[in-house]
Design a binder for this molecule. Sequence first.
Ligand SMILES: NC(=O)c1ccc[n+]([C@@H]2O[C@H](COP(=O)([O-])OP(=O)(O)OC[C@H]3O[C@@H](n4cnc5c(N)ncnc54)[C@H](OP(=O)(O)O)[C@@H]3O)[C@@H](O)[C@H]2O)c1
Length: 266
Amino acid sequence: MKVIVVTGASSGIGLSIAQFLCQKGHSVYGISRTKIHEKNIKSIQADVTDFEQLKNAYQEIYEVEGHIDVLINNAGMGISGTIEDTSFEDASYLFNVNFMGVFNSTKAVLPFMRQSGGGKILNISSVASKLSIPFQAFYSSSKAAINSFSEALANEVAPFKIQVCAVMPGDIRTGFTKNRKKNESDHPDYKNRVDLSVTVMEKDEINGMDPLSAAKVVNRLVRIKRIPLYKTIGFKYKVIVLLAKLLPAKFANNIVGSIYAFKKGK
Ligand SMILES: NC(=O)c1ccc[n+]([C@@H]2O[C@H](COP(=O)([O-])OP(=O)(O)OC[C@H]3O[C@@H](n4cnc5c(N)ncnc54)[C@H](OP(=O)(O)O)[C@@H]3O)[C@@H](O)[C@H]2O)c1
């Protein structure tokens, strides 16, 4: 039985991970701003943008359990729209939640994980970290930052037997699509392409994988002794990530553009 913390456990991927890990017999704590009304998941209300709230939460868990074994930094949100039309406040807020939230949570858990004698930190990134999606620049950048952060972190904490993995899911059916903040662009130079791109993206998400597929992958990462630095979720997305690595960057980026932003006749 492991003590596991999942941020963003009130819905979607985080909820599915928390439920699945509970079923496997682990002691699971779910962190989110709203209360989680799920049997067996111990709900702690905290905002990942607030370091003190997370520090208090992890202190409380450590005092009750005596150890914290796994942290899954999953809380996140999205905004869409052009870079030109995105306000500084919106971009900052997204980075505060998606990236500084991972930093806050990691920084807050590390003293307890070191005292526990080791552990695992799984940061939920995205395939968009490897192939940046047009009109989702800030989301894609925040996920690329998580990857870079995870690489540095892995080397910093290796001597403490703490392992790190950036988990990159492909499209998954969750409330994420509905929760995305859409920055509309009425600008004639952009409007059609933004609308088309967001439509393609939303269609992919709505027809995406079941969140359970992410829960199963995470459960395996919790179970195995040595975890990889990167783990992509979904066969199709593994191929896409591999191609992104092999193809010249400009060529790969043009393909993404043709999928999302430059369809013929638009
Ligand atoms: N769905 C996909 O296709 C997909 C693909 C790749 C990666 N991801 C990533 O997977 C993660 C989960 O997304 P999801 O699809 O499950 O979306 P979701 O259903 O919208 O869930 C987002 C979760 O994050 C929590 N959250 C948001 N802001 C928070 C904050 N400031 N403090 C604490 N918790 C906060 C929400 O809880 P409260 O609102 O209750 O606080 C909720 O539990 C995200 O990091 C997302 O980027 C999703």
